[in-house]
Design a protein around this ligand. Sequence first.
Ligand code: PMP
Length: 350
Amino acid sequence: MLPLPVLERVRADLPSLPGIGASALEVSHRGSWFEGVITETEANLRALLRIGDGHRVLFCQGGASMQFAMVPMNLLHGGAADHVVTGSWGARAVAEAARIGRTRVAWTNESESFVRTPLDEELLEALDPASDYVYLTMNETIQGVEYPGTPSVPNEVIVAADASSDFLSRPLDVARYGVLFAGAQKNAGPAGVTIAIVRDDVLERIPDGLPSMLDYRTYAEHGSLYNTPPVFAIYVVLLVTRWLRDEIGGLDAMAELDAAKAQLLYDAIDGHPEMYTGHAQPAARSRMNITFRLPSVDDETAFLAGAAAEDMVELRGHRSVGGIRASIYNAMPVEGVERLADFMRRFAAH
Ligand code: PMP
């Protein structure tokens, strides 16, 4: 979901932006209107996430999936990448990085079907401090497994993190990340733009000879305007950042709301253990994607049909894992989550 006020603003201004006389779908990326948009979007992201001067905010394309290749291309320096694989997206990322250079799966929970993130001490023990960088997925969208806080990685090790599905849902210790990237289409806006936040020391060490569009420096040196950026997508990200700032009150407030929403569903799961089994272990439960199973596939089919009859849709788990998945991103109102929790209680009692 995108916030309704954002969609309404987009709709009102779609044929013609006030004072511009052209649509956001039409304007030049070199014009002053878009210059203002990209400048303010970056400023708002910096304010919301408290991004310091040591990091650059880059607007890329190619989705988070392209970052799976860009990260190793830019960060490997003849050594290896240490990957922590906590779900399907982390598995994709390590497979892609292996096409570029040396990788090592330092820690995974795959044999237990990805039900948790590593404990701090497990992570410290698993990582090789000599690796070129450590790669993590902040929230595994398919399994519903999320790090409860900043993963504990030795300070001298560069951290690259995929934050696609929990970006802008809570404050982050951005300084700790060498690269933090997120496809926009969960919490930040529509598909088409991928935000990469890259630390200066990482930029300085990028090997020469990369194709221009796969080199973070191209984006940093040209203010993400080396080629035509996804103008409309960035414009919607701007509106979402204003909504977060003005309507929600920033990321601390967003985090509180998101935690409360997720708790409603986890309470419904835990309150009916005869009907619902949460996928993630409690300490690694995602606040964005609540994943659970019912006793049988038939029960799950009946659950989905009952929910759909009450206009609650898109609850089927990812095709690769089955079960039920309630994705409750930032823009999902608490009332929507309350309705689902209420349905879950009624379904369990029927
Ligand atoms: N990483 C995570 C955590 C995701 O949730 C997704 C998409 N659902 C991706 C990567 C892939 O993103 P994209 O489709 O933008 O390439």
